[in-house]
Design a protein around this ligand. Sequence first.
Ligand code: PLP
Length: 378
Amino acid sequence: MKHKGLEESNIIKLLKQKKKSDIGFNKVLSTMCTKPHPIAIKAHLMFIESNIGDSGLFPGTSSMENTVITSLSQLLNNKNAYGYITTGGTESNIQALRSIKNISDSTNPNIIVPESAHFSFDKISNLLDIEIKKASLDNSFKVDLKSVKKLIDHNTIALVGIAGTTEFGQIDPIESLSEIAIKNKLFLHIDAAFGGFVIPFLDKKYIFDFLVPGVTSISLDPHKMGFSTIPSGVILFRNKMFLDNLETSTPYLTSKSQYSLTGTRTGATVAATFAVLKYLGQEGYSKYVEYCMYLTNKLISGAHKIQIYPLIDPVMNVVVLQVNKPEEVRNYLREKYGWYVSITRNPKCLRIILMPHITENDVEHFLIDLEKTVEYLK
Ligand code: PLP
C-alpha cells in the first residue's frame, strides 16, 4: 500500500480496466451462476452496510431473512423448517453435516455421498473429520442404491442425495434413499444447490423435498437459479433441533447466539434474495425455468442434427454432450470462438449449462461453432 492515496477518478479508471479483463457471462456456458436480477442488485446496494451477524442492530434485515426462510420452506413443502442464509452451497452442505455430526454420537463417523457429489463434500471430510464414502452411479448417472446399501456400516451417520447434480443435472432417487435412511436410522441431507430453484418449476414433477419423510435437511442456492446476488445460499432443516446443534453463544453482540458458520455476515444478499423472491413469485421463476428448458431442448435438437448426442436426456438445464476428444473440443471452442464450456469427470463429455443469460441466438451460434470444431478436430 502506498503512503498517499489516489484520486477517486484514478481508482475508477483502474477498476474499469480490471473489469474489462473479466469474462463475465458473455458466451459462458460453463457456470451455474447468472446475472443477478436488477431488483436483487438494487436491494443489495440498499443494504450494503448491513451486518446480519449482529442481528440486533439490523432487525429489518433479520426479518427479511425470516421471510426468505419461511417462503423457501413452503416452496419445499415444510411449513415449519428452520435455517438461515449462507454464502452458498458449500457452506450449506458444511452446516448440514456439522449439525448431523454434533447430534450423532459416533466417534468415527462416515457419510455416504454419490460419486457425482460436488467437491464441497471433500472439503467437509477434511474440515469435520468425517469419512466420505462414495457410492457408484447407475447407468442413468443417479446414485446406485445397491452401492449405497453396501457402504453403510455402524459408523455411518448420514446419506446424501443430490437433486440436480453439478455435472449431469440428474436427480437421485430421493424416495428410495429416504427408505434406506429411515430403515437404518440415518439422516438424509439433500444437496439441491442447483436444483432447488429449478425442480419445483419444471413441468415434470419430481419428489425431492420435505414431502419425503426421511429428508432432514436441504441446501438450495439463490445465487444460482434464484437470481440473487453472490454469495447467497440457504440451508433448511426439517426441525429446530438441527439448528440448535449449531448454536454458539455470542456474549458481546446484540444477539445471544448465532447458528451461522461465519460471524460477520452480509445483509446485502439477504435483502437481494428477499427482493427477488417477492418480485418474481412462483410465476416469475416458472417462466425463467421454462425459458432455460426451451434453450436446453433447442440445443439438444440442434446437436442431434449434427450427429452429436447427449449422454442422458436432460432433466434440467444441464446438457452433457458426447464428443471425441472433449478436452480439445473445449479448448478449441474457447480459443477460436470464445465459448466457455466445461468437461464432466467420468465419462469425459462436454458440459453445458443453459442459464438465463444465454440467448437463443447464442445457442444457434454455438451449434455452428461446435460443428466446425468437431469437423476440424476429426
Ligand atoms: N452443490 C452443488 C450440487 C453444486 O452444483 C454446487 C456448485 O455448483 C455446490 C454444491 C457448491 O456451491 P457454492 O459454489 O455456491 O459453494
